[in-house]
Design a protein around this ligand. Structure first.
Ligand SMILES: *Cc1c(COP(=O)(O)O)cnc(C)c1O
Ligand SMILES: [Zn+2]
Length: 412
């Protein structure tokens, strides 16, 4: 793990050596940022080397990840997801280019495969036999899938309100599933207590310092897919704040390496009923917990566990926070799917809803290249998706009904 040199606390700014912190800051309990020797990284990772590399997963960036050279990685192919150019949507909204980073294409169908794959490597480095996480759904299914791939046991704490598909994933991957009759915050408290008591390796977002490093791989991919140029703006749905913080880390790592001279503005999109991070961005930067209420389970977080990292990403990048209503999120699922063929789950469609809202408010320039990160696949929550589309035509007695009569019933 020679390229990783240590940690820096986001709260007290103290630095720690790799062996001196397992999860959070030993001095103050704050969340940690991973530090690297960028000269060493730059000597091992080159643009030409990447261009020739046929490892089309997150592991192509191994020299910029906090793992040992000899560590085995999980077999499921995580990352290198498509970056779709959407010229018709770009024209409709009057921007130069609109791109979708479709992370619903990952093995367990969400962005969370990136951090979970990396955490599984760290868990095995630590000699763990059980890995645990609290989750609003996707982090759990991703961890369960990655653990299944390598034969590790997983114990997943999720709120009972988690969509059925995500719970089904946990079950089929063989995780020990603990359904909590409470909020995501309740699930986090139970998981942290259990891990401490039984010595399980802890993946929970905003506690494990490596999740943001796994998440940054999406930014590395976006830059490489754009031939080492940064987009002007990146929008993403925000719950705990770890994805947006991780993406920002990826772009700033590339700036440190001298591979990007510009970095994008980061836009945090939250649901109106769960927007403590956007409120902090628009206010004094301090996170104040709320009772979260939104249809989008992936971003239903009232007490964000990585809020400071998210606020820093938005402020340092000159970005913004945007709130969208549940109605706007549901409408965005249908509009995005019809316009592009990309089916997003609510927490992912929220980012597109945020883009629509920013464009309507004139906040996006006509010369901009915009990336929207699609953090999860629409099949994760079909119940909500079906609210985004008209009901199909129903044929009651198919044997009796002439086809002309059926088709005549179709208005459009
Ligand atoms: C987890 C998740 C998010 C938000 O990520 P945070 O790190 O919690 O901000 C957004 N969309 C989906 C689909 C997610 O699962
Ligand atoms: Zn600290």
């Amino acid at each position: 793990m020679s390229q990783m040199t240590g940690f820096k606390c986001l709260a007290c700014a103290r630095e720690h050596r790799p062996g001196d912190a397992a999860y959070v800051c030993p001095a103050c309990g704050g969340n940690l940022d991973v530090l690297y020797d960028y000269e060493r990284v730059g000597a091992r990772l080159t643009k030409a080397g990447l261009a020739a590399d046929r490892e089309l997963t997150i592991w192509r960036y191994r020299a910029l990840l906090p793992i040992a050279d000899s560590s085995p990685v999980p077999p499921l192919a995580v990352g290198w997801t498509p970056l779709y150019d959407c010229p018709r949507l770009a024209a409709e909204f009057g921007v130069q280019q609109l791109l979708l980073k479709d992370d619903g294409r990952n093995p367990t169908a969400s962005f969370k495969d990136r951090p979970s794959a990396l955490v599984v490597v760290k868990a095995r480095e630590a000699g763990a036999s059980v890995v645990t996480t609290a989750s609003s759904g996707n982090a759990g299914s991703a961890l369960a899938g990655m653990c299944a791939g390598v034969g590790l046991r997983s114990v997943i704490f999720v709120p009972e309100t988690t969509p059925a598909a995500k719970i089904a994933q946990l079950q089929v991957y063989g995780a020990t599933v603990i359904l909590v009759d409470g909020s995501y915050e309740d699930a986090c408290e139970l998981c942290l207590a259990a891990a401490e008591r039984y010595g399980w390796y802890q993946r929970t977002t905003g506690y494990n310092p490596y999740t943001a490093e796994g998440k940054k791989t999406a930014a590395l991919e976006i830059a490489e897919q754009l031939h080492w140029q940064a987009p002007d703006r990146v929008l993403v749905g925000v719950g705990d704040g770890n994805i947006i913080g991780g993406l920002w880390k990826g772009f700033t790592d590339l700036r440190r390496l001298g591979w990007l001279d510009r970095v994008p503005r980061m836009v945090a999109v939250q649901a109106e009923g769960a927007a403590p991070i956007v409120d902090a961005i628009d206010g004094d930067g301090v996170i104040r917990p709320v009772a979260a209420e939104t249809v989008a389970d992936g971003i239903r977080v009232g007490e964000p566990r990585d809020g400071a990292r998210a606020v820093r990403a938005v402020r340092e990048s000159g970005g913004a926070g945007v709130k969208v209503s549940d109605a706007e999120i549901v409408a965005a699922i249908g509009r995005l799917a019809r316009a592009t063929g990309v089916f997003a789950e609510p927490g992912a469609a929220a980012a597109f809803a945020g883009f629509v809202k920013m464009c309507e408010g004139g906040a996006v320039g006509a010369d901009e290249r915009v990336v929207i990160v699609i953090t999860g696949n629409g099949l994760k929550d079909v119940e909500t998706a079906r609210r985004a589309a008209p009901a199909p035509l129903r044929v009651e007695s198919p044997q009796m009904m002439p086809i002309e009569q059926i088709v005549a019933g179709l208005k459009a």
